[in-house]
Design a protein around this ligand. Sequence first.
Ligand code: SF4
Length: 486
Amino acid sequence: MQTGPVFRSCGASALLMVPPLLKFASGPLLGPAMLVGAAERAGHTVEVLDLNARWIAQALPAKLPWTPSPFVGDHDRDEDLLRLVQERFRLTMLQHVGGEGGRALSLDAMVALQAEHDSVEHAARSIAANEQRWITAQFGSTPRPDLFCVSVLYAGQVLWALAVTLAARERWPGVPVVWGGAHVTALAAEIAADPRYGIAADAFVAGYAEDTFVELLGAVATRAPWPRECFRAGSQQWERARADDGQIVPAFRDLHLPSGARLTLPAQISRGCAYGRCAFCTYPTTEGPYRELRTASAEGVIAEAIRRDANVSFKDSLLTAPLLRKVGRLVDGRLSWSGCTKLSPSLDVAMLMDLASQGCRTLEIGLETLLDEAQVLVDKRQSGDLFLRTLDAANDAGVALVINYMTGFPGVDPSEEARCLATVASEVSARVSLLAKIEHNHFELERGAPLSQRPPAGVRITGQWPWSSVLGWSYEPAPGTLRVVS
Ligand code: SF4
């Protein structure tokens, strides 16, 4: 029996691989599905190897049932089971990091890729050699594609991306390899400047790329020169790919869900961020200028989600109040959906009740911090009073909240941060019927964020690694101040 993808003999064929990500378990990623949808519309064939979904599926303990979450979207996951899977993943990785020729690294450093090129390559080759059986089983009986593509969303996927690419090269010698995705976009300038990034990929593509991907497949099919947006590592030049902003209906392939989990499909009605000012955030840089998309794409996802009895997670970086209203009208109560927003006076109880009646079940709120000095530092001002009113409105409307909160800002008193976080937590738990969780993250200085391009007074960049989007930093207070944070 044929178990792998089957290519038709029409146009070019590509195999698109998503390396293990281990953050989501309830559905596919949007970017690869957009590429598949665009390619199929143009008569090409793209099959997907979702190694994220497959890795989670094989690592889940058979006897422990997946407990459905009351949240919709990225937080619809069984936290305990996912943590178990992540722990298994870390143990697998532990066998491949460090130990040779002075290249030993801690597991944490390797997962964050705070490592030089030779250490990264060493670990990737170790994964390719020692996990060969599993990787080969995933290829199954897949026929030789015309093109092997990899979508990399964040640094934690790079080792497996390299390892599986090396395995694919061995299995299908001569098949060209192209990498893209948000992490490639974030590192595009570095990749173009240094040939050492090219140990496994022939070319890279930065930015949303539906149009460029179709052009690339056409070039592969006809042996024509590749589009100039496909750049080589060390070529010293790169430019953003071209995208179809909204007509493409994504095609979701290779779906694997934990037994008992509900499928969530991703959709988008805008790209970029209408606010675009948060100094810690890389989205405006990686996603490009803010623009609203035509709604054909999201409408296609909604229709498919209804057919599959799935939820929809809107992946827009920021659904402003007008965009939330637009999503509400599009969905019109036909399924449950989630989205990401920030505090706004418009999000009052009347609006949230409207959204709830239109199917909105979970809103992720980028609160980040309520401390004045941290808000000034990151240029995201949101009042405590507005936060409390939003909690009350969500409570009354029955909309669940995921509240993103951050501590560890440079120059900000950690005890003040802890006190403020505790206040946020106690305000949340005081509203007993409110379904809410606080997603607490530690501040990281991201390459490409305004704070790393123009570090504030006292912040010094102390470390930079080729594949990591996170920079090392230290903070020295100006003379006369007392605090030191690093
Ligand atoms: S944190 Fe959210 S609101 Fe701020 S710039 Fe990034 S995407 Fe926009």
